[in-house]
Design a protein around this ligand. Structure first.
Ligand SMILES: Nc1ncnc2c1ncn2[C@@H]1O[C@H](COP(=O)(O)OP(=O)(O)O)[C@@H](O)[C@H]1O
Ligand SMILES: [Mg+2]
Length: 357
């Protein structure tokens, strides 16, 4: 009940004009005090009728995505602005995810992180409204019905790798209280018309621990194939679980394979287990998506391979922080991780030179 009261207040602080249901805001919990200004500057309260009209009554044709806990519809406002309207499936968790997603996402501002335009809470329905990203998710572009190797070639993949690294670096290092996304995966990376990626779906995000190296979560949530071993086995959470999941996304971009493919032969079902010996031997040509052909930048590919190798290390301490991940080019054209791992990079380079001879 307390949560519902919180939500009523949350909705009310954003209502223009104010909701008549003023009595419910009296017991405002401390955590929500002062959030009104933060929200009203960046997002608005939609009413349900407005969203019904925008999506033509949630017409099946406008359904653009289904996640574990929601359905997402394309919508259009009378002024022509396109929207993605996410309806959370009703559950106890829906309420928690709704509040948390609003709370966290409104504090984040980055070109590679989705913007929340607003939200709607009416009759136990929870809806979040975002900018619409025309190319859908990375998952659809790599493995699904938007797969088109001609449109989604090497430079687009590299652009996605760099953009997502920037988004995660921003989450992990730009704020006094950093954010751990906890569900980094290709279906939570959306692509704009020109393949600029945006990290989305902050329903599982958590504020990172500032006083200890990690927290223990009893609710291990996330997606098989992307879960770091220490999180999966012991519930240990710090920002290195996002680094691991990012490494899996890099492997998807490089190989075109899904993190878990039940249709592949035994031993190849898990992308990480399949890729590790290849990464360790440096036989990167075995890793690459055959649909890329020879159409890739060799230096960029090596950077991505190196980053993936380090990010999916079993031990969280062996994984780099996001700001060191090597797909982020720095001013002089070299990346920070080049400096850190020049030895490994040299081995890869020497190996690839040898192979070309
Ligand atoms: N802003 C958006 N623009 C276009 N498609 C979107 C947008 N948001 C979500 N989608 C689609 O809906 C799917 C589910 O959305 P998501 O926010 O990940 O929900 P869930 O929390 O249920 O996983 C995404 O994988 C994507 O295909
Ligand atoms: Mg999702």
């Amino acid at each position: 009940m307390e949560k519902v009261a919180q939500l009523f207040h949350l909705a009310e602080t954003l209502t223009f004009p104010p909701s008549p249901d003023h009595s419910k805001s009296k017991n405002l919990p401390k955590e929500l005090e002062g959030l009104h200004e933060k929200y009203s500057a960046t997002c608005r309260l939609f009413n349900y009728q407005e969203l019904l009209a925008a999506t033509s009554n949630f017409l099946a044709e406008n359904l653009v995505g289904k996640g574990g806990s929601s359905q997402v519809y394309k919508g259009c406002l009378p002024d022509g602005q396109e929207l993605a309207v996410k309806i959370l499936k009703p559950s106890e968790d829906a309420l928690k995810e709704f509040v948390l997603e609003i709370e966290i996402i409104t504090t984040l501002h980055h070109k590679n992180i989705i913007s929340l335009l607003g939200f709607c809470f009416e009759d136990n329905k929870f809806l979040l409204v975002y900018d619409f990203l025309s190319r859908g998710s990375l998952e659809e572009n790599l493995h699904g019905n938007r797969k088109d190797p001609l449109a989604f070639g090497w430079s687009e993949r590299y652009k996605v790798a760099v953009g997502v690294a920037e988004a995660l670096d921003h989450l992990h290092s730009e704020y006094a209280q950093p954010v751990i996304h906890r569900d980094v995966k290709s279906s939570n990376i959306l692509l704009s018309d020109d393949f600029e990626p945006q990290l989305s779906d902050f329903g599982l995000a958590k504020w990172a621990p500032t006083s200890s190296s990690h927290i223990i979560c009893t609710d291990v949530a996330g997606t098989f194939g992307y879960l770091a071993p220490e999180y999966f086995m012991y519930g240990k959470v710090n920002n290195k679980i996002d680094v691991y999941a990012y490494g899996v996304v890099l492997l998807e971009l490089l190989s075109g394979r899904k993190p878990i493919s039940n249709d592949l032969p035994k031993g190849q079902e898990s992308l990480v287990i399949w890729a590790k010996p290849i990464l360790n031997n440096g036989k990167v040509s075995q890793l690459l998506d055959p649909s890329l052909g020879d159409d890739y930048d060799h230096d960029q590919m090596e950077r991505m391979v190196l980053a993936a190798t380090l990010c999916v290390k079993r031990s969280p301490r062996a994984r780099p922080q996001m700001n060191l991940v090597n797909v982020l080019p720095v001013a002089d054209g070299k990346s920070l991780i080049d400096g850190l791992n020049q030895g490994l990079l040299n081995r890869l380079t020497v190996y690839s030179r040898l192979r070309r001879q």
